[in-house]
Design a protein around this ligand. Structure first.
Ligand code: ATP
Ligand code: LTN
Length: 325
């Protein structure tokens, strides 16, 4: 039997090249050899305030971007989290074995509750994520580095449930690519590139225009050096080199072989050409897919039916073990 892969992205803003390089690009590579399930996690998105009309639109936008980036509905299942009620049912049950202190230690909760009014959903976010994953007896979860702590909690909860009630859940393994797992902000290379950055130059969005892409790369923060050299790369410059390598689909060494000795300006031009080329292909497909909403909704409908069917088996067994029928 092939391995089960599960992952998700929140429809909480515009997807960016960090999401693409850290997550989506890996998903595309995994879908050929696994049973892949990719979710649009709208219930996670509402843990911070969302505009209801925009949220509906973003769900479809993210779905269309999944497809445009190469997720193939013939190979993968794509669905919207809130369309499968089993996620919230399992999350509630897992809540009852989740130590309060462990949730308090979650970095993402600490960060987000500083920026927004903390609510119980934000606190409980990782338990819903554990439910997402455990419902499908998932083997592998491809994510960016920032999600590692949530995956550790997921494994802890699965182990705890299994030892308390008998073997029920598979223990999922995070798949985090070494170099591309943490694409940094173009303006502040100490922070990760993020959907919610207030500095519009910090993030390259998948739907940015050519001019926007070129401007952001041109203004990306580096150091005061002028020529690329293997042994003296600042964080800002290494981030650009990592983006270049990821889009070329080769390792950092090969990028150095190609660009060592070039001026920062020359390299930035090369990078801008590459990003523009790469994103223009994605954007072309995106606009085609997004303009046929009926077909898109059909993909999501098939994904939902599959997700409900597959996850109901796990939920049923959990309920029986806990004493709920
Ligand atoms: P926000 O910035 O609003 O917190 P986000 O950009 O982190 O959101 P998510 O939906 O939380 O987006 O993440 C989707 C996936 O993209 C996750 O697997 C996450 O680890 C990955 N990811 C997000 N940002 C980056 C990044 N800068 N580099 C690499 N991977 C990333
Ligand atoms: N928290 C994740 C999104 C997410 C997820 C999941 C990722 C929700 N449920 C299950 C993998 C598996 C994030 O990327 N911020």
């Amino acid at each position: 039997m092939s391995k089960v892969v599960f992952s998700g992205i929140q429809p909480s803003g515009n997807l960016h090249i960090g999401n693409y390089i850290g997550a989506l690009n890996q998903w595309v590579k995994m879908q050929d050899s696994t049973e892949s399930i990719f979710c649009i996690v709208d219930l996670h998105a509402i843990t911070v305030p969302q505009d209801p009309v925009q949220l509906k639109e973003k769900v479809l936008e993210v779905a269309a971007l999944y497809l445009a980036c190469g997720i193939d509905p013939k190979k993968s299942h794509i669905f919207v989290q809130s369309e499968n009620p089993n996620h919230t049912s399992l999350a509630w049950i897992l809540n009852t074995i989740t130590p309060f202190g462990q949730l308090e230690r979650m970095t993402q909760f600490k960060d987000k509750s500083e920026k927004h009014e903390a609510n119980a959903g934000l606190f409980d976010y990782p338990v819903l994520m554990a439910a997402d994953i455990l419902l499908y007896q998932t083997d592998e979860v491809p994510v960016g580095q920032d999600q590692k702590q949530h995956l550790e909690l997921t494994r802890d909860l699965a182990e705890k449930f299994n030892s308390k009630f008998g073997q029920t859940f598979k223990l999922p393994v995070p798949v985090i690519s070494k170099e591309a797992a943490r694409i940094m902000s173009l303006q502040n290379p100490d922070n990760k590139m993020s959907k919610s950055d207030t500095n519009s130059l910090a993030t390259i969005y998948l739907l940015d225009s050519e001019d926007q892409i070129r401007e952001k790369i041109k203004k990306a923060v580096t150091d005061s050096g002028s020529q690329i050299s293997r042994d003296a790369s600042s964080e800002g410059l290494s981030n650009l080199l990592v983006i270049y390598s990821a889009l070329k689909d080769w390792d950092l060494n090969k990028t150095y072989d190609e660009v060592e000795g070039k001026s920062y300006g020359e390299f930035k031009n090369l990078l801008a050409d590459l990003v523009v080329l790469h994103l223009s292909k994605i954007q072309k497909k995106y606009h085609e897919i997004r303009s046929d909403e009926k077909a898109l909704r059909q993909v999501l409908g098939e994904g939902r039916d599959f997700a409900i069917e597959k996850s109901s088996q796990t939920l049923q067994s959990v309920k029986e073990k806990v004493g709920l029928v």
